[in-house]
Design a protein around this ligand. Structure first.
Ligand SMILES: [Zn+2]
Length: 376
């Protein structure tokens, strides 16, 4: 039995009046007003203890180099993925949801790695023939082809289903604003995921793609940029439908400071920010998916920088912390064991210097990380 003492304890929803957390067998046993005089007490001093962060969207197979796709073919992919997972954990990201790798390596890592974060894996994203990220191996065609792809992932033990509803920036020949699947195919993917009890995430930039995911009953939409061919066109009706149907927006947040985005995106940033603010005020649940690995601005563990963009969206520091802990756990359907400091929950904990409930940048001031109650 270990007692962890901290100046402040954020339980995944709110700052509490507690000062100590009792941990045993990898789980949180209880929260105390303060640590007792005796016993196995680890006093972390002037820190805030919070649940370990949950990143809803990473790519452990991508190495954050300028050309992560070519790098996939380099020898040693599995070992690099293990290193990337360690990097996540060191930053305090105790759960990652991998939304696109190759050959079910992230799923294998989830079963084999004992010193990393909890890994949830969707396997290769389901995409159209030569569609976005086709090189990961998840091409599918037709209603029956899409259903088969979902069933294959469920049979392998995947924790989620990921569908590339629109094209994406990193795949030449695809277009972010255009749908790659018919509504019937998108509906079939969601229906099949539901049958297998799996959450389903849809990659969608353009409004029609976001709308298609909402209509099909997806759990989350990734990116949600409302990109058109050359502009940004936020649609309040689609946002209202997301909010009404409980479809979360998994926003692509967290960028290395000082790195400039590609020119096409840079020119659109003011409009993307306006769209974020509208999304926020529409009452849509917002969580953070860093998309870590996809390029130099996105090293593994970058979620701790994600508060910058969510602040722009109008979120308070406490709302940002919820987005990165309890709300993210709910979107990944692990809210019964992750994202909270509460009795019975996994003792995945992050301690940071300062107070992230008033300043999100404190998330980067890592003081300690615990995974299943064990300190790194
Ligand atoms: Zn991604």
């Amino acid at each position: 039995m270990l007692i962890i003492r901290a100046r402040r304890v954020f339980d995944g929803r709110d700052l509490t009046a507690k000062r100590a957390v009792v941990v045993s067998g990898g789980k949180v046993v209880e929260l105390l007003d303060d640590a007792p005089e005796h016993g196995d007490v680890r006093d972390l001093g002037d820190v805030t203890l919070l649940p370990g962060l949950v990143d809803t969207h990473v790519h452990l197979a991508f190495d954050a180099s300028p050309d992560p796709v070519t790098a996939l073919d380099r020898e040693g992919l599995y070992d690099r993925m293990r290193a990337h997972a360690r990097q996540q954990l060191a930053a305090g990201v105790t759960t990652v949801r991998d939304l696109g790798d190759r050959g079910y390596l992230a799923l294998r890592l989830a079963g084999e790695m004992t010193d990393g974060p909890e890994i949830l894996s969707a396997g290769a994203p389901i995409t159209s023939v030569k569609g976005h990220c086709w090189f990961l191996g998840g091409e599918a065609e037709g209603v029956e082809g899409v259903r088969r792809a979902v069933r294959e992932r469920a049979a392998k033990g995947a924790h989620a289903i990921k569908v590339m509803i629109t094209g994406g920036e990193m795949t030449p020949g695809t277009h972010s604003h255009l749908n790659q699947f018919s509504q019937a195919e998108i509906d079939a993917a969601a229906d099949e995921a539901r049958r297998h009890g799996l959450p389903i995430a849809g990659h969608a930039h353009g409004g029609p793609g976001i709308a298609a995911a909402v209509a099909a009953g997806f759990d989350s939409v990734e990116h949600v940029t409302f990109l058109t061919a050359d502009d940004v066109a936020p649609d309040p009706a689609i946002m209202a439908a997301m909010a009404a149907n409980g479809v979360a927006a998994s926003l692509t947040v967290g960028v290395t400071p000082g790195v400039t985005p590609p020119p096409r995106i840079a020119a659109l940033i003011p409009k993307l920010f306006d769209s974020l603010r509208l999304l926020r005020s529409s009452g849509v649940t917002i969580v953070g998916g860093s998309d870590s690995g996809i390029g130099p601005p996105k090293p593994h563990g970058i979620l701790t920088h994600g508060g910058e963009m969510l602040t722009v969206a109008g979120m308070t520091p406490v709302e940002i912390l919820r987005a990165f802990t309890s709300d993210a756990a709910r979107v990944c359907r692990i809210e019964n064991r992750k994202g909270r400091i509460a009795p019975g929950f996994d003792a995945d904990l992050l301690a940071v210097r300062g107070d992230p409930t008033t300043d999100h940048t404190a998330l980067r001031e890592t003081a300690a990380v615990f995974r299943n109650g064990a300190s790194l």
